[in-house]
Design a protein around this ligand. Structure first.
Ligand SMILES: Cc1cc2nc3c(=O)[nH]c(=O)nc-3n(C[C@H](O)[C@H](O)[C@H](O)COP(=O)(O)OP(=O)(O)OC[C@H]3O[C@@H](n4cnc5c(N)ncnc54)[C@H](O)[C@@H]3O)c2cc1C
Length: 254
């Protein structure tokens, strides 16, 4: 809400990464509720500002090293100088940030998948059953082949998106493709890594069960798989409709 020389912010937001340890926060607040998500404005709020506090800590299935909490704002007063960007442009600015962030989540997912793959490869060469290392069973070798193939593809999609970002190209579709594919490839790789470890895979004695619990966030955070598919489809149809009439749309933009 607008005050004389600034803004008064009230509300709460769940699922904030590093919510209890951050010092400076970017808050997206509704400044024109009738415009729904198109009426959001971003503000910088510092820890210690009256009315601003960390809410409950959220226990998660994985990523235990990362803090996740609620944030609570009760009539938090901020001057207009702490507004970040234009009024009611917060949603659009956030979408641009997500184009970058999703490539980061894709890279993070590839990293967990790689750890799972390397653990599975090592274990399959060491574990002997029926007189030979389990890597010699075709069923196990094929699982390793699938993991390596899908993780390679995921890595290349992430590199494509990152390279395009470096060239200042618009990557809305490529970022979602990379994140969506990498998240799925990693979940499949982690699941196979547990399978290859047999009973030990289901225990806390090996890291592969943790990889699976950590990797799951890649299918949810910064937009779920379902939301990525929505974005990809929207971009595909937008390209198609923009091309009607013969004008090819360059994929570069500011
Ligand atoms: C560990 C963790 C850390 C996080 N950190 C942050 C953070 O720092 N800052 C922040 O702002 N957020 C953060 N989040 C929030 C995160 O971005 C959201 O949880 C995520 O985007 C999903 O939104 P949601 O939880 O509201 O799910 P919902 O939107 O309620 O979705 C529930 C289900 O419905 C589906 N669904 C929803 N809408 C559609 C649709 N239109 N079409 C088809 N299916 C749909 C979803 O795919 C999902 O399967 C974090 C979440 C977690 C778990």
């Amino acid at each position: 809400m607008r005050t004389g020389d600034g803004w008064a912010l009230s509300g709460s937001k769940t699922f904030i990464t590093q919510g209890s340890v951050g010092e400076i926060y970017v808050i997206l607040a509704s400044t024109a509720p009738e415009l729904k998500q198109k009426g959001l404005t971003a503000f910088i709020v510092e820890r210690g500002t009256p009315g601003f506090r960390t809410g409950r800590k959220i226990e998660k299935m994985g990523l235990h090293a990362s803090d996740t909490t609620e944030l609570v704002l009760e009539d938090v007063r901020v001057p207009d100088e702490q507004r970040l960007g234009e009024i009611n442009q917060g949603f659009f600015d956030t979408l641009k940030i997500l184009d970058k962030g999703r490539i980061g989540i894709g890279a993070w997912a590839v990293g967990i998948g790689r750890a799972a793959f390397e653990a599975a490869l090592k274990y399959s060469k060491e574990r002997v059953q029926f007189g030979k290392p389990i890597a010699e069973f075709q069923a196990i070798a094929h699982m390793l082949a699938d993991m390596a193939t899908e993780l390679d593809a995921a890595r290349l999609l992430v590199w494509r998106g990152a390279w395009m970002q470096d060239q200042k190209m618009r990557t809305t579709r490529e970022s979602s493709v990379a994140k969506y594919y990498a998240a799925r490839a990693t979940m499949r790789a982690c699941n196979s890594a547990i399978q290859i470890h047999g009973g030990y895979g289901y225990t806390r004695e090996f890291d592969v069960e943790r990889y699976l619990r950590d990797a799951k966030l890649a299918e949810i955070g910064e937009g779920t798989n379902e939301v990525q598919k929505m974005v990809i489809a929207r971009e595909l149809l937008k390209d198609w409709s923009e091309r009607v009439g013969g004008a090819e749309v360059p994929r570069t933009s500011a």
